[in-house]
Design a protein around this ligand. Structure first.
Ligand code: BGC
Length: 513
C-alpha cells in the first residue's frame, strides 16, 4: 500500500509532520471505525530514495553551522569597515550615509504624508502625529500594484504613475483635511521611502546608483530621484513637498525608535529584497567629509543585499537564479535570503529532482520547468503545513505545477526543500545582524551577569509572514550571541515601518519647523 494512502486515512492523528530526517521506517497510528491500528511502513520507491539522496546533498551544501555563521558575520564586518573608510572602499557594501543624524524623538506633530516605493506594491499614506504624546493619532493609506511594464520602463512613466496615485489620494481626502492645509497656509509634506540604492546628497536628495528587485528603469540612474519625483508631482498640478528621502530600512529604524525604545539601533528588511541600516558613530564614517553632526551619530544604509563571501553556502540554484536575473553578479546575499528569490530557488531544486530522480513520476511536470511559477508565499505555506498528510503541500503542487497526485514521500521531500531554504535564509540573515551588532560593540560576554537591551526593528513580508524563517533567524541570533551575552537582542516587527518612518522623518525635517 502506498504510504500516502496509509497516512491519508480518516482521523489519523499525528502531532508533527514526519520529516525525512526521521528514520525511514515510519510508525503511524490510524484510528479507523473506532479501532486503533498500528502499522509500520517501509519506503521502497527507488526514485524516492534517489531524490532523498539528492536532498541530503542539497542539505549539506546549504548548511549553516555556527562556525560558518561566525565567518559570514566577520566577513561582513570587514566589508563594513572598508565601506566606511572610503567611497567604493568595499565593492560589496556601499555603507551610505543617510544624513539622518537624529531619529524621531516622539515630539513630532501634525499631518504628514509618505510615499513608499520599494517593491511590486506602492503605498501612499497620511499620518497624524500627536506631538508630545508620542503617538500616531490616525493614519490612512492606499496601496496599488506597480504595473510590471513600469518596473522596466522610463523614469518619467514610473514617476508620473506614482505622482498620479499620490494626487488622487489627496484629491479624495476629507474636506476637513483639505481645509486644514488651506487655513494653515502649509504645503503638504511627504517623506519618500525609496528602497533602492541611492547615494544621498542631503536628507532630501540623492542619486540613484542602480535598481534591484526586478526594477530596471535605466534612464533614472545617475539622477536625483527626488527631483524626478518632484517634477512629476508638478506635472500633476499638485503642491506636495518631499522633505525626507529615506531607505525603507531607515524608515523602519525611525519607526522602531518612535515605538519601542531608545535602544533600537538597527532597522532591517526581509521582504522582496533585503537590507539593513544602523546607527553608527559619525567619527567612524571616515569617508564623511562634511562637518560632523552635532548628535555625533549617523544612520548608515548598508545595502547589505550586495554582500558576498566565499563562506556563503551557494548552490547550483543560487547560480541559476543569479544568471537569469536582471542584475547578474549583483546582490548575492539578497538573492540567497530574500522573498523575491526563495520560491524560484525551491522550484529549481524540485525541477532538478524531477529530472534526475524522477520525483513526481517519469515525466517532468511542464509547469515545474517554467521560471518564477512558485512564489515565496507558496513556499511559506508549504513550510507551515504540519498536517499529517501534508495536504497544503499537495494543494500547492496541484495549483502551481498542475501535479494532480503526489505521494506523501514526495510531499515530504518538497516540504524538506522549503525547510532547508528557510533555515538557510533565516540563519544567514541572523549572521548579518550579528555582524552589525559586533561592529557597534553589542556582542561579547556579560561581566556581571546583567544584560543590556538592543532592539532590531524588522519589517518585510518574509519576516512577517514566514513564521518558520523568522524562528530560524531568532534561534540563530541567540546561538551567535551566546547564553552569557552582554546584550539581550530582540527582533521586533515594526509594521509598515518604512511608510510611518518616512512620515516621521518628513516631520522632523519639515520646512515649517
Ligand atoms: C534595496 C534596498 C532595500 C531592500 C529592501 C534592496 O533590494 O537595494 O535599498 O532596502 O531591497 O527593500
Amino acid at each position: 500500500m502506498a504510504i500516502g494512502k496509509v497516512l491519508g486515512c480518516a482521523g489519523f492523528q499525528h502531532s508533527a509532520v514526519p520529516t525525512l530526517r526521521e528514520p525511514v521506517r515510519l510508525r503511524a497510528q490510524c484510528r479507523r471505525r473506532g479501532k486503533t491500528v498500528s502499522m509500520s511502513v517501509q519506503k521502497t520507491s527507488k526514485t524516492v530514495q534517489q531524490a532523498e539522496k539528492m536532498l541530503q546533498e542539497f542539505r549539506q551544501s546549504s548548511s549553516t553551522p555556527l562556525p560558518l555563521l561566525h565567518q559570514v558575520a566577520d566577513a561582513l564586518v570587514q566589508e563594513m569597515y572598508a565601506g566606511l573608510a572610503s567611497e567604493g572602499g568595499s565593492d560589496q557594501l556601499k555603507m551610505l550615509p543617510t544624513y539622518v543624524e537624529n531619529l524621531p524623538s516622539g515630539s513630532e506633530k501634525g499631518l504628514f504624508y509618505a510615499v513608499d516605493l520599494g517593491g511590486t506594491n506602492f503605498r501612499v499614506l497620511r499620518v497624524e502625529l500627536g506631538g508630545k504624546t508620542g503617538q500616531i493619532l490616525s493614519q490612512e493609506f492606499k496601496e496599488v500594484v506597480i504595473p510590471p511594464e513600469l518596473m522596466v520602463g522610463t523614469g518619467k512613466d514610473l514617476f508620473d504613475f506614482i505622482a498620479g496615485t499620490l494626487a488622487s489620494f489627496v484629491d479624495t481626502e476629507d474636506e476637513s483635511i483639505k481645509a486644514h492645509f488651506v487655513q494653515s497656509g502649509k504645503t503638504r509634506e511627504s517623506g519618500f521611502a525609496f528602497s533602492f540604492p541611492v547615494r544621498q546628497t542631503s536628507v532630501k536628495s540623492g542619486i540613484v546608483i542602480h535598481w534591484t528587485k526586478g526594477f530596471k528603469v535605466d534612464d533614472a540612474v545617475g539622477k536625483d530621484i527626488v527631483k524626478q519625483f518632484q517634477d512629476a508631482i508638478s506635472r500633476s498640478n499638485h503642491q506636495i513637498m518631499i522633505s525626507a528621502l529615506v531607505n525603507d530600512t531607515v524608515g523602519t529604524l525611525a519607526g522602531g525608535r518612535f515605538n519601542f525604545d531608545e535602544e533600537t539601533m538597527i532597522g532591517c528588511i526581509i521582504g522582496t529584497g533585503t537590507n539593513a541600516c544602523y546607527v553608527e558613530r559619525a567619527d567612524a564614517v571616515h569617508k564623511w567629509d562634511e562637518p560632523l553632526p552635532k548628535s555625533g551619530e549617523m544612520v548608515i544604509n548598508m545595502e547589505w543585499g550586495n554582500f558576498r563571501s566565499p563562506y556563503l553556502p551557494r548552490t547550483f540554484a543560487d547560480e541559476t537564479v543569479d544568471k537569469d536575473s536582471v542584475n547578474p553578479g549583483d546582490q548575492w546575499f539578497e538573492k540567497m535570503i530574500s522573498g523575491m528569490y526563495l520560491g524560484e530557488i525551491v522550484r529549481l531544486v524540485l525541477a532538478r529532482m524531477a529530472k534526475e530522480a524522477e520525483l513526481f513520476g517519469g515525466n517532468v511536470p511542464v509547469k515545474l520547468l517554467e521560471r518564477l511559477t512558485l512564489g515565496t508565499p507558496h513556499v511559506s505555506k508549504i513550510h507551515l503545513d504540519n498536517s499529517p498528510d501534508l495536504d497544503v503541500v499537495a494543494k500547492v503542487l496541484k495549483d502551481v505545477f498542475e501535479i494532480e497526485t503526489t505521494t506523501l514521500e514526495e510531499r515530504k521531500i518538497v516540504h524538506e526543500v522549503c525547510d532547508i531554504m528557510g533555515e538557510r535564509g533565516g540563519r544567514l540573515a541572523a549572521a548579518g545582524l550579528y555582524g552589525i551588532l559586533k561592529k557597534i560593540g553589542r556582542t561579547g560576554k556579560s561581566r556581571n551577569g546583567s544584560k543590556k537591551k538592543t532592539v532590531i526593528a524588522m519589517d518585510g513580508g518574509l519576516f512577517e509572514h514566514h513564521v518558520r524563517y523568522r524562528s530560524y533567524m531568532e534561534e540563530a541570533l541567540q546561538e551567535l550571541m551566546g547564553s552569557d551575552a552582554a546584550y539581550e537582542v530582540a527582533l521586533r516587527l515594526q509594521n509598515d515601518g518604512s511608510g510611518i518612518g518616512a512620515a516621521l522623518l518628513a516631520a522632523s525635517h519639515s520646512h515649517f519647523k
